[in-house]
Structure formats: structure tokens, C-alpha cells
Design a binder for this molecule. Sequence first.
Ligand code: NAX
Length: 327
Amino acid sequence: MKQPIKITITGAAGHIGYALVFRVASGEMFGSDQPLILRLLEVPSALSALNGVGMELEDGAFPLLYDVVLTDDPAIGFRETNYAILVGAKPRTKGMERKDLILDNAGIFAQQGRAINEHAAEDVRVLVVGNPANTNALIASANAPDIPITRFSAMTRLDHNRALGQLAKKTNTLVSHIQRMTVWGNHSLTQYPDIRHCRIQGKPALDWVTRDWAIDHFIPKIQRRGAAVIEARGLSSAASASAAIVDHMRDWVLGTPPKDWVSMAVHADGSYGIREGLFFSYPVICREGDYAIVQDLELDAFSKARLAASEQELQEERAMVERFLRP
Ligand code: NAX
């Protein structure tokens, strides 16, 4: 049997946390032969709810689950952790400006970045889910100067999966028939779900659908899917978000499928002309816990304009949180 790995999940008593922890405990993320220890971090006011989650984890009798630590102390939550999944964040409340939300959350991710730097295992990998996810990943990584920036990522996998789902539905195919989907940019309304490089059953996606459908229907639908789920359910996406977290971490650590890639927001290294110092969603191929940005995809004028708009938005977010970017 392998040695147990430690996985920290913040905001574990929240909606996504509640949908996520049981999937992780059952081995869906890293396989049915990988034992694990869960370290669940919450704010003090949610500790009672977190205790309930802990009780249900015990009641699940998961063979792979060696231990569960429940805490509101980041030093304990991130102690020797190998994988940190940062879901916990403040929700946007009525009357709150987007700027206030960004600044409120910036403090949380700066603090957690410092705690990860100080307490996590040397090989730690960090996924930021809490919004604004790209900018929060930038803040956490900036506050963890001892950890390579390539070990931080933010989640655009839910957008990627939504795009697969809608394209499969439109073309009457299965998501498993579709390869090389890309979501570029920010996890926000400026994201650019791009089917130009997609193949469906080996043929270009644009042989199956028109460019007009992609521009007028597909792109806005993916960009607004989160809002549509809230409208329908009265609550934001939780089950699909937790599925996307599992997919993101599994592919990052165990590798992306052959001849395919996935979308991850990672540190922009100048690829596709995006300025360094932002977390930007790119197509990536992962092997043995490392990602590589897929290079040399051709971008037409429409795509370039979409990437530029998302980059601009991320630069504005970065400017708002500049003071949190120093440890
Ligand atoms: P909830 O409000 O249900 O849960 C958030 C939990 O985080 C709460 O239990 C809260 O107590 C906890 N929390 C707050 N501050 C914390 C801190 N400093 N340390 C530890 N825990 C803390 O939200 P939920 O629906 O679970 O969503 C969580 C986050 O994911 C939100 O920011 C949301 O916007 C974001 N999302 C990001 C997605 C993505 O694709 N990147 C998609 C889904 C989701 O919308």
C-alpha cells in the first residue's frame, strides 16, 4: 500500500466542500490505491457545521481515509500538506461591489499563501477555486515565495467541462468524443471558450457546427452558465464544481489523456503574448505533476481580441490587489 498523502480543503463546510470531501475520501481524485489524510479548514463560525461533515466522513467508513483533521487554524490546516484545495472564500452579498469582494478575499488568500509557505510539504500543489480564482491564485503564490509558482493553479475546469457538455449536446455526440477544448483567460464573463482547435470523433469541430453558432450561442452560454444555474437552482454550482475539482487535480497529478489537453489557469509566462504576473487559463498537458502550456496554436483576430479582453480584466484585478502581492 502507498503512503498516505495529505490533502487540505478550505471552506469544507460550504456547498462545494460538502459535495467534494466525500468524493476525495472515496478515492475518486487520486485512485483507489492511494490512502489519504484530510485536513479541513474553516472559519470559527463554521466549526460546528464542519464537525458534522467530520461525523459524516466517519460514518462513510471510507477504507482509504486514514485520518481527518478539523480546524480553524491555517497553521494546522496546511501542516505538511501535499495538496491544498482553496475553496473557502467570502460570498458576494447584496449591495457589495465587485471591488469590495476582491479586496475582502485578497486578505484571506494572502494569509493562506503565507501559511502554505510556512507549513506545507515541500512538494505541495495548490488549486484555488474561491473567487476571483485567478487573482486569488496570484495573491496566494506571491505570499509563498519559497514555493515555485508553477505549483499554483486556479480552476477553469468547470468552464471547460461546461463547454464539453454543451458541444456534445449540440452535435449529438458524447463528451468522450471531444478532444482539445480550450478555455482561455479569466474565470469570469471575459473567459473565452474556444472550439477552433477541438476535434469531435477525429474531425474538426467547425465541420460539425458553424462559427456563427459558436460566437452567438455557445460562447455566451458558457460564460453565463454559472448565473443560469443560480437562476434555476437558487444556489450556485456545487456538484459540478466539485466534479471539476476532482478532474483538475487528477489530471494535474496523474496526467492528461493522450492526444488531449485540459484548461487550467496557471502563471502566464509570456505564452500567447499574455503579460507575466497574471494567472491565465491556457490549454495544458500534464505529466507527473507538472503542466506544460500547449504552444503554437493559431489564433485568429477574433480569438486574439478575446484573449486581450480577459488579460485586460486580469490586469485591472491585479492593480486592485497590488498591496497584497508582497509577503
Ligand atoms: P459557500 O459560501 O457555500 O462556502 C464557502 C465556505 O468557505 C464557507 O463554509 C465559509 O465558512 C468558508 N470560508 C470563508 N472564509 C474562509 C477562510 N478564510 N478559511 C476557510 N474557510 C473559509 O460557497 P461555495 O458555493 O462552496 O463556493 C466557494 C467558492 O467557490 C466561492 O468563492 C465561489 O465563487 C467559488 N466558485 C468557483 C468556481 C470556479 O470554477 N473557480 C466555480 C464554483 C464556485 O462558484
